[in-house]
Design a protein around this ligand. Structure first.
Ligand code: BTN
Length: 271
């Protein structure tokens, strides 16, 4: 079912314009050069979708969601106290939107990957642009990802239709209403962004703890060419991940490619 942009515009946004493309290089790149504060760019397909850490975001026209929002704060981002928590807050917004449409057992893998049963379903890319109060928030959500496309991705991934079918909310053949899903995501995003500049860390932390899939888990990651195994011990006020390492020291990391140490379940997707 195609996305109904008029319905999205009528239900989800206060003021911003929605621009919808069949195919685009990247919705983040488009909003970097076009659009005003509050505008949203959606594409059915991206030919040069970008992920974090310079990765490609595989973006076929198979019914997934790729969209970006141009977000302007009242002050330069350097002056926003908890700015480093923005990506994590956007993750919470997406997780809450998925709960709004009935998904269960999903969560966020730090810093902002959307996970369902230990597999990645969505990701968030936030890019600071000029002027200094402006960011582009890009969200990619795998809604329907056939195995032929999934096999191009060097990660354990899943998609919403697989998750809902396993939850028996949806029969395998029923299509997901992407319009309603997009409205839920934009609404949650607006609501979290509205309160972001006056965010109290305690309130943020309460939301985060609800969705955090890593807490107390054993994980591995590469740091300075060394593989480190550690137990996840929560976040500090900058959103850095606390890791209790094997020398019994707690260290905080602002970026790391965290892998769960436990083996994954069987799935048609890559193990
Ligand atoms: C990640 O690596 O997990 C982040 C992926 C972000 C992908 C989205 S899709 C919409 C927007 N446009 C892009 O080129 N990237 C983001």
């Amino acid at each position: 079912m195609p996305i109904d942009c008029d319905e999205v515009a009528a239900s989800a946004l206060s003021g911003g314009k929605i621009t919808h493309f069949k195919r685009l290089d990247s919705t983040n790149s488009w909003l970097q050069k076009n659009g005003q504060c509050g505008d949203v760019c959606i594409s059915n397909e991206q030919t040069a979708g970008r992920g974090r850490r310079g990765n490609q975001w595989v973006s076929p026209a198979t019914g997934n969601i790729y969209f970006s929002l141009k977000c302007c704060f009242d002050a330069p981002i350097q002056q926003i106290e908890h700015f480093s928590l923005l990506g994590l807050s956007v993750g919470i917004a997406v997780a809450e939107a998925l709960a709004d449409i009935g998904l269960q057992n999903h969560g966020i893998k730090w810093p902002n990957d959307i996970y369902w049963q230990q597999k990645k379903m969505g990701g968030i890319l936030i890019e600071n642009i000029s002027p200094s109060n402006t960011v582009i928030i890009g969200i990619g959500l795998n809604v329907t990802m056939p195995e032929a496309e999934a096999s191009k991705i060097d990660q354990h991934i899943t998609c919403l239709s697989e998750a809902l079918a396993k939850q028996t909310i949806l029969k395998q053949s029923t299509q997901i209403n992407r319009t309603k899903l997009l409205i839920a995501m934009i609404r949650q995003l607006q609501s979290h962004l509205d309160k972001f500049t006056s965010l109290a860390f305690g309130d943020f932390k309460r939301d985060w703890d609800k969705w955090d899939v890593l807490k107390n888990r054993s994980v591995t990651f590469q740091h300075k060419k060394k593989q480190i195994t550690a137990i996840v011990a929560g976040l500090d006020q900058q959103g850095q991940l606390g890791l209790l390492e094997q020398d019994n020291q707690l260290r905080f990391y602002s970026s790391a490619d965290i892998r769960l140490s436990k083996p994954l379940n069987k799935s048609p997707y890559k193990q």
